[in-house]
Design a protein around this ligand. Structure first.
Ligand SMILES: Cc1cc2nc3c(=O)[nH]c(=O)nc-3n(C[C@H](O)[C@H](O)[C@H](O)COP(=O)(O)OP(=O)(O)OC[C@H]3O[C@@H](n4cnc5c(N)ncnc54)[C@H](O)[C@@H]3O)c2cc1C
Length: 449
C-alpha cells in the first residue's frame, strides 16, 4: 500500500518526496463523535476506510474534554450501538427528566470506557486507525480533494482516497481546500465561550459540609483570592461567578470546576495554546487554594484534565443548504434529510452576544415538540465549490442558531454516519459526493434501521 514518489501538489505548487498510501476509498479526518460515526458507517458499507486522529485515542471531545454526557436527541444506528455497548459495561445510563429532556433522556457515560468501546467498534467495522497523526492539508488533484497530507513521528505522508470526510470539528480540510467558511457572528465575529473542566478527588465532602464555609462565604473567598492574585484566572474568563468559577452546579459542591472563557477562536492555534496554558495554571492555583483554605480538601488532587479545549463553535462550511434556527424550531423535514435532531438552541455567550435564560420555557420554545424532530439535509454536508469532500460534525453548513442545537454529540455522530454511508455509496457508484442524490443517501440510512 505504501510507496515513495515525488508528487506535485496543486495546493502548494511544490514537489515533495513523501510516502504515499493509496489503498483507501475513504479517509476520515478526526475521530470525535462525527468521525467515529463516519468511519464505522463507511467501513461497514464496504469502503476501505482510514480514520486519522491527532490524539492517542478515539472520541474527540467526548473523551478529551470532560463532557461526560450525551444530550437528548435522536441519533442514528452507530450511536444506538455505542450506547448499548456502554450500558453493557455499566459505562452509561439513561437519565429521564421530562419535560427538560426528551425521552429516553440524557446519557452520562464513562469517558475512559468510551475510548475502548469506540476502538472496538471501528476495528470491528474493518476500518484502519492512524492515531497521533495530524491531518496537515488536503491533497488537490484536478481541483478536487483527492486525499490528505498527514504528519506524525514518521514525517509527512500522503493518504489518497476517493472521498475525504472532514470531521475535524473546525473544518480544517475544507478551509485548506479553499471552501467558503463562516465563523462566529456575521456582524462582529464573536464566538460562543470555550470551556475547561476539571474534577477534584481525594476530598472529604462530609467534613467540608460540616466545617466548611457556607456557599456565599466560599464564593467571596474565591473572588478575594482571584483579586489578590492567588488564583490566576485565564485572561478572558467569563465573570467568575459560582456557576463558572469553579463550581459543580449539579452537586452544588466545589468538586468539579470549570472555566468559561470568552473570545477564543478554536481555529487560532495561538489563542488555543494560550488558553490551555492559562487554564492549567489556574487549576493548579485552585488546588492550592482548596488545600490551604477548605476543610476536607487538605489532600485534594485533580483528576484527568482535558487534552483539548472545550469548543462550542468555530468554522462552519457553506453548503448547498444552510440549516437555520427556524428549521430547528419548526421541526423542518427535507427530502434529503439524512439525520434527525431535536436538541434546543443552546447559546453560551455574554452581552452583547446572544444570551439566553436556561429556563424550561426557553428550552421548550427553541426545540421541536417531544417525539418530533428536525432534519439535516445532505446538502449541509457538501461544501459548495469543493469536490471530493464531505463535512460532518459541528462544522456543517448551518447558521449560529442551528449550530447551537446540532453541535451535540449524538447529532454530530448522526451526520458522521450519513457522511460515511454517502462516501461509500459514491465509491461504489463511481461518482463524487456532490453528484449523489441526497434522497438516496437518506434511503440507505433508513435501511440501516
Ligand atoms: C463545554 C461544552 C459542553 C458540552 N456538553 C455537551 C453535552 O453535555 N452533551 C453533548 O452531547 N454535547 C455537548 N457538547 C458539544 C459536543 O461536545 C461537541 O460539539 C461535539 O463533541 C463535536 O463533535 P465533533 O465530532 O464535531 O468534534 P470533536 O468531538 O471535537 O472531534 C474532532 C476530532 O478531530 C480531531 N482533530 C481535529 N483536527 C485534527 C487534525 N487536523 N488532524 C487530526 N485530527 C484532528 C480532534 O482531536 C478530535 O478528536 C458540549 C460542548 C462544550 C464545549
Amino acid at each position: 500500500m505504501e510507496r515513495n514518489e515525488s508528487i506535485m501538489t496543486e495546493s502548494l505548487s511544490v514537489t515533495e518526496n513523501v510516502p504515499i498510501l493509496d489503498g483507501y476509498d475513504v479517509v476520515v479526518c478526526g475521530a470525535g463523535s462525527a468521525g467515529l460515526g463516519a468511519a464505522v458507517a463507511a467501513a461497514r458499507a464496504g469502503a476501505r476506510t482510514l480514520l486519522v486522529e491527532q490524539l492517542g485515542h478515539l472520541g474527540g471531545m467526548a473523551t478529551s474534554a470532560n463532557i461526560g454526557c450525551f444530550c437528548d436527541s435522536p441519533a442514528g444506528p452507530v450511536y444506538a450501538e455505542l450506547i448499548e455497548r456502554l450500558q453493557s459495561l455499566d459505562a452509561g445510563h439513561w437519565v429521564p427528566k421530562p419535560p427538560r429532556y426528551h425521552a429516553p433522556g440524557r446519557m452520562p457515560y464513562h469517558g475512559e470506557t468510551l475510548k475502548l468501546v469506540a476502538m472496538d467498534m471501528v476495528h470491528g467495522a474493518g476500518a484502519d486507525v492512524m492515531l497521533t497523526t495530524v491531518v496537515d492539508s488536503p491533497y488537490m488533484l484536478d481541483s478536487a480533494v483527492a486525499g490528505v497530507f498527514v504528519a506524525n513521528k514518521g514525517g509527512r505522508a500522503l493518504v489518497k482516497a476517493n472521498v475525504v470526510i472532514d470531521a475535524t470539528a473546525d473544518a480544517d480540510v475544507a478551509a485548506g481546500a479553499g471552501a467558503e467558511v463562516m465563523k462566529g457572528d456575521p456582524d462582529d465575529g464573536r464566538l460562543q465561550h470555550v470551556n475547561f473542566r476539571f474534577t477534584l478527588d481525594n476530598v472529604d465532602i462530609e467534613l467540608f459540609k460540616r466545617d466548611g464555609p457556607a456557599r456565599d462565604e466560599l464564593i467571596a473567598m474565591l473572588q478575594e483570592a482571584h483579586k489578590d492574585g492567588r488564583i490566576r484566572v485565564p485572561a478572558n474568563i467569563f465573570r467568575p461567578h459560582p456557576k463558572t468559577f469553579p463550581w459543580d452546579t449539579l452537586s452544588e459542591e466545589l468538586s468539579t470546576g470549570y472555566f468559561e472563557i470568552e473570545h477564543v477562536d478554536a481555529s487560532d492555534p495561538i489563542a488555543v495554546n494560550r488558553t490551555l496554558c492559562e487554564c492549567h495554571l489556574a487549576t493548579l492555583d485552585i488546588i492550592r487554594f482548596c488545600r490551604e483554605n477548605l476543610p476536607g480538601y487538605e489532600k485534594c488532587r485533580v483528576n484527568p484534565i482535558q487534552s483539548i479545549l472545550g469548543t462550542r463553535e468555530s468554522r462552519r462550511i457553506m453548503g448547498g443548504y444552510v440549516l437555520a434556527g427556524a428549521d430547528v424550531i419548526n421541526a423542518h423535514k427535507f427530502d434529503d434529510g439524512i439525520a434527525r435532531a431535536s436538541f434546543w438552541i443552546d447559546h453560551h455567550d455574554s452581552p452583547p452576544g446572544i444570551t439566553m435564560p436556561h429556563t424550561i420555557e426557553h428550552i421548550v420554545s427553541t426545540r421541536p415538540a417531544e417525539g418530533d424532530w428536525y432534519e439535516i439535509p445532505y446538502r449541509c454536508l457538501v461544501p459548495k465549490g469543493v469536490r471530493g469532500l464531505l463535512v460532518a460534525g459541528r462544522c456543517i453548513s448551518c447558521d449560529r442558531d442551528a449550530q447551537a442545537s446540532m453541535r451535540i454529540m449524538p447529532t454530530c455522530m448522526y451526520t458522521g454516519t450519513a457522511a460515511g454511508i454517502a462516501a461509500a455509496m459514491a465509491g461504489n457508484m463511481g461518482v463524487r459526493p456532490d453528484e449523489l442524490d441526497g434522497r438516496e443517501v437518506r434511503r440507505q440510512i433508513e435501511n440501516m434501521g
